[in-house]
Design a protein around this ligand. Structure first.
Ligand code: NAD
Ligand code: UDP
Length: 326
């Protein structure tokens, strides 16, 4: 298969590029590196079945030669990134998704959208099943991401219903692992960076909000299963084991061996209170479920952070604690 991966230079995308190359596929990676890192795919550049195209998919999404599949991962994904790149996030969810869908339609290729658990917003239903429509603030600070992904899902479904493309949607829950940017502001990378630097762990709110953390290899295996299937979904891809953020601080302390204290900060606006995927549908129809326990995943991630990629490579981001009304 010859697969185009938009956002292939990012955290998840670069692992997906590797997974497809490893099993013999050809990969075209389209990325403008607005949040990704050329270093993520530097090791692949001389691979005979890998091609890197530096492009903004909101402007152009054309690829010479055959295309059998398009995995659309391009989008800022961490809260500080999508705040900083608010208009770009809306553009890549809308125009970027349409361009990626057009590419798939032109080649009669399989199209998979990397959507997100954020489509459920601050969920009133727990755990979240795919049937749940969500509870999203359309004008809050997170809306640039949440609504862009909801629009991307609607557009993808419209292409599917008009039979313009063979589409599928995965809703990815918090994923972590090697190649997260130490400064991306997400909780796992931030806690690991802080613990390794001997700094306090910044706990937003009272730390009782929950997330369900999935190791990157598991998430990527789910995306590959979706690319290989003819299923539409949407499918939740996430680890059903749920932790409070305070518990995560303890797990990171254990994985790093650091005795870092906790420093409380204000809870960001509209921060979801609880999040846990119901993965019954993915188990049943895709035959997918996560395998890596969080203790093992954190151990591998900490090893990567300490292995030359450095906790202090970049300055720490400003915490996303916007309290302004708009
Ligand atoms: P990331 O920021 O590391 O990767 C996103 C990539 O998209 C980056 O390389 C970035 O440069 C690229 N990109 C953004 N806008 C682009 C544009 N207009 N044109 C070309 N490239 C562009 O983030 P990630 O965590 O790897 O997320 C990848 C995808 O998975 C995103 O769509 C995200 O919404 C989705 N997702 C991720 C998670 C997670 O926990 N990592 C959870 C839910 C959904
Ligand atoms: N969080 C935190 N400290 C940090 C960064 C994040 O306590 O330094 C919290 C954040 O408020 C949220 C959870 O950790 O409740 C997950 O945040 P992240 O940005 O990783 O993902 P998302 O909120 O998009 O699920």
């Amino acid at each position: 298969m010859r697969a185009v991966i938009t956002g292939g230079g990012g955290f998840l995308g670069s692992h997906l590029c590797e997974a497809l190359l490893l099993r013999g596929d050809e990969v075209v990676c389209l990325d403008d590196f607005c949040t990704g890192e050329p270093a993520n795919v530097a090791g692949l550049r001389d691979h005979p079945r890998f091609r890197l195209v530096r492009a903004d998919v909101t402007r152009e999404c054309e690829v010479a030669g055959p295309v059998d599949a398009v995995a659309h991962l391009a989008s800022p994904a961490s809260p500080p990134d999508y705040h900083r790149l608010s208009l770009e996030t809306l553009a890549v969810g809308s125009r970027g998704t349409e361009n990626a869908l057009r590419l798939a339609a032109a080649h009669r290729a399989r199209f998979v959208l990397a959507s997100t658990s954020e489509v459920y917003g601050d969920p009133e239903v727990h755990p979240q099943r795919e049937e749940y429509w969500g509870h999203v603030n359309p004008i809050g600070p997170r809306s640039v991401y949440d609504e862009a992904k909801r629009f991307a899902e609607a557009l993808t479904m419209a292409y599917g219903r008009r039979m313009l493309a063979d589409i599928g949607i995965v809703r990815i829950f918090n994923t972590y692992g090697p190649r997260m940017r130490p400064d991306d502001g997400r909780v796992v990378s931030t806690f690991i960076r802080q613990a390794l630097a001997g700094e306090p762990l910044t706990l937003y709110g009272d730390g009782r909000q929950t997330r369900s953390f999935c190791y990157v290899d598991d998430t990527v295996r789910g995306i590959v299963a979706m690319l290989d299937s003819a299923l539409c979904g949407p499918f939740n891809l996430g680890n059903p084991r749920e932790h409070t953020v305070a518990e995560l601080a303890g797990l990171v302390r254990a994985a790093t061996g650091a005795d870092a204290p906790v420093e409380f900060r204000p809870l960001p606006v509209d921060d979801p209170t609880r999040r846990r995927p119901d993965i019954t549908r993915a188990r049943r129809e895709l035959g997918w479920s996560p395998r890596i326990p969080i203790e093992e995943g954190l151990r591998r991630t900490v090893a990567w952070f300490t292995d030359g990629s450095g906790p202090d490579r970049r300055p720490a981001p400003h915490a996303l604690t916007t309290t302004a009304r708009c």
